[in-house]
Design a protein around this ligand. Structure first.
Ligand code: ATP
Ligand code: MG
Length: 396
């Protein structure tokens, strides 16, 4: 019964994978579609589709030769980069620790690209997203016929990362059953495909990342201690952005340029007052949040200037920028603006993005892409906030 549904999932997935390979639409559009489709499916099929979208994203990055520039490599991340270069020479497992948005994935890629494996695969897997019934198949692959009528042989994570790097993202979320399996491969250095006889040996460098306090998860019994010892050989802690204000000017310039490029606007640079505001903000969402604030500043300034203060919510936005904004002005006390509520800020932000995208939600020029959100999530947020896309569409 269970085997049958696994087979159905893989069958469906293989058909979509094949179609995706032949698709003539733009890459980004197809990936949006895959993520959107995934939201309508059961957990196993959703996992497979999201994995496909992820692989396509990685392949695209690689094709474009985008070895992401690491801003702050000479400043706030100097020690981090020294550690990266040092450990990259060996094959030791690396554990990257840091708050959300600090750049754990960026650093994981840097470990790979500084290593002798740079020419090999870099495979990122999201450990929190594996449905229990797919754990074995995903980690180790399966042989043709391993469950009722299984159509093809599939390679698992370890085989696909052979000669390269396997990035176990969010390792703190790895389900208990998967922890046991992972530990076994790491101890034995070998494994078998599901339904396979042959013992396979692969050459894989392990990089893991987590924003959890894994040591605490170990004491609480949620993470196996023996696995912790295996993965925590060389920990690299990433400092939060608020602890490296020296990187703010370079980050501001980097993301201002990137925003202009993405939005097709003339590039505008932050001035001294903008930099002071950016340096004073605590950045709970770290570099990811920094990037979206700069993008918001570029959108609000519409190519004429960067509206950093407004993007940070410290001055009232101009009424004209906001549809039906009359009752949404922040209250002024003694000349100082009181920041609006989070819900209100989200509403304005979404409306601004819709205005900018002429009411389009999905696709490469849609608001979801601009806001770096899943279109499905954006639609449900819009529903909750009572925002409609229609008024932003051109008439006729
Ligand atoms: N030093 C940096 N220079 C340039 N861009 C960066 C830097 N650090 C992070 N970024 C960018 O910020 C965003 C978030 O980074 P990343 O995905 O690596 O964070 P993360 O720590 O994995 O976050 P999460 O825990 O939420 O998964 C990405 O778009 C990344 O390209
Ligand atoms: Mg990440």
């Amino acid at each position: 019964m269970e085997n049958n549904s696994i087979k159905q999932n893989y069958d469906l997935f293989e058909r979509i994978e094949l179609l995706a390979g032949q698709c003539t639409g733009s890459d980004a559009e197809l990936d949006d579609f895959l993520s959107e489709l995934a939201n309508h499916l059961g957990p196993a099929a959703r996992h497979l589709l999201l994995r496909l979208a992820e692989e396509r994203r990685t392949a695209r990055l690689k094709r474009a030769g985008l070895n992401e520039a690491i801003v702050g490599a000479e400043d706030g991340l100097r020690e981090v980069m020294a550690a990266v270069r040092q450990v990259a020479r060996s094959d030791a497992p690396v554990l990257i620790l840091g708050e959300t948005g600090t750049g754990k994935e960026v650093v994981a890629r840097a470990v790979h690209s500084h290593s002798r494996r740079a020419g090999g695969a870099f495979l990122r897997v999201n450990c929190g997203a594996i449905p229990p019934e797919l754990i074995d198949s995903e980690l180790f692959g399966h042989e043709r016929g391993s469950f009722t009528g299984a159509v093809g042989t599939r390679k698992g994570w370890f085989e696909r990362a052979d000669g390269g790097t396997l990035f176990l993202d969010e390792i703190g979320e790895l389900p208990a059953a998967a922890q046991v399996r992972l530990l076994r491969v790491l101890q034995d250095g070998s494994f078998q495909r599901v339904g396979g006889e042959r013992v396979l040996n692969v050459d894989v460098r392990l990089v893991a990342a987590t924003n959890r306090d894994l040591r605490r998860s170990v004491t609480e019994g949620a993470f196996r201690e023996d696995l912790w010892f295996r993965v925590a050989v060389f920990p690299i802690p990433l400092p939060p952005l608020r602890e490296r204000p020296q990187d703010v000017p370079a980050l501001a310039a980097h993301f201002a340029l990137r925003a202009a490029e993405r939005l097709g606007l003339p590039p505008r640079m932050p001035d001294a007052a903008d930099l002071a505001l950016l340096a004073a903000y605590p950045w709970p969402g770290n570099v990811r949040e920094f990037a979206s604030v700069m993008e918001r500043a570029a959108i609000l300034g519409d190519g004429r200037r960067l509206e950093v203060a407004r993007a940070l919510g410290v001055v009232p936005p101009a009424v004209a920028m906001l549809p039906a904004a009359a009752d949404t002005q922040p209250v002024l006390h003694g000349g100082e603006a009181v920041p609006v509520s989070f819900v209100e800020a989200s509403r304005r932000h979404i409306e601004e993005a819709l205005r900018r995208c002429h009411g389009r939600v999905e696709g490469p020029f849609g608001a979801a892409r601009l806001l770096e959100m899943n279109p499905h999530t954006l639609r449900s947020k819009m529903r909750r906030l009572g925002i409609e896309a229609k008024p932003y569409r051109p008439a006729g």
